[in-house]
Ligand binder design. Structure first.
Ligand SMILES: [Zn+2]
Length: 51
């Protein structure tokens, strides 16, 4: 079976929900905006567009 050559493509998906939308790759986060926000809140950042 040789049909798997395309696996070299990088995984540009959110690690949590697999969404490709609004992906944040900065700092190696690999999270979409939504999951990033959740994580950020959990980590105690409150600066991501939230007041
Ligand atoms: Zn996500």
């Amino acid at each position: 079976m040789k049909g798997k050559l395309k696996e070299k493509k990088r995984d540009l998906k959110c690690r949590i929900c697999n969404s490709e939308k609004g992906l944040i790759r900065k700092y190696g986060l690999m999270l979409c905006r939504r999951c990033f926000k959740e994580q950020a809140e959990r980590l105690g950042f409150k600066k991501y567009g939230y007041h």
